[in-house]
Design a binder for this molecule. Sequence first.
Ligand code: SF4
Ligand code: SF4
Length: 329
Amino acid sequence: MSRHRITVVLSQAQGKHPLKRALEESIAAALLLEPAVELSIVPHLYDLDENHTGRLFLEGISGDMVVLSWMYPRAAFWLLDRDGIKGRLGESQITKQSEADDEEEQPQPPKGIGATDVPDRWIYCLDLRDHSDHRVYVDEVKRIAAECQARRASRNGTPLLQLGVAKPSSNGFTPEQLLTPPARRWYPVIDYSRCTNCMECLDFCLFGVYGVDSLERLVVENQDACKKGCPACSRVCPENAIMFPEHKTPGIAGAPVSGVSGLKIDLTKLFGGGDALAIAAQERDAELVKEGRQAVGLTVGIPKRQAHKPAAPKDDLDALVDGLDELEI
Ligand code: SF4
Ligand code: SF4
């Protein structure tokens, strides 16, 4: 009788930060001893293009999966969805150290258009920045493996007691193939649980990054046409649905939206408000000029809902963003 193992993917940090590598190695060493776990290690998820072996490996996983990465879980989950690695979002029980004493906020019901073609499997995303103790992650992976096992058993009517020894690995790739270093990338990731398909980002971006699929849904069509380091369209989105996982500002990098609101700041200044649009237009102009094109300011692709609002000076938003960065959440 074979026992189902859960696939765990450890996505390495960019660069060679020694503390990050040490945590990754401690987690890997512990998980390799777990019979209910099949562990694979890939480079940073965000950098994997469609031809990378790590990406091909991820696409070949059909069952439940745990992904440990140096990104907010929301960003990791929707990044995988964009790459066709889809599933239902599993809930982690890890609480970030600094948030453990915060009051729990009520989750908001999703109002976005949601993902398409979601298979009946679960994907759990854990953020490696939440804890420095590898045991927190190992315990959570074991808990998730048991949760998935129980879910499968109840679905199949298979008594848990009949489940036996682990099956051999079916990964098919060598660690060297999986860990081929990819080039760094920069592109937006859409959270479809929040995206309402308003198309404001499509109108705003003048670099051909966004498009529409056969279902008339907004998609990131040309990922690598995006301008490195620029988060302009994330400020334009009225739903905070556009994430740049490598941006230093948590609200842009994919921090939980309820957690960000806990900062008690006016998020309309960061996302979708008059100030934000002024900054976004300046960021977009800078990229246009770098390409030898004309700056357009607020004359092209600006949502009509903001047309009556005066643009605030850039200093206000800069101060707000700097304040957020200093919080190091
Ligand atoms: S602006 Fe935001 S909500 Fe509107 S289509 Fe783009 S991602 Fe979706
Ligand atoms: S950051 Fe700029 S180039 Fe990239 S998708 Fe947004 S508007 Fe387009």
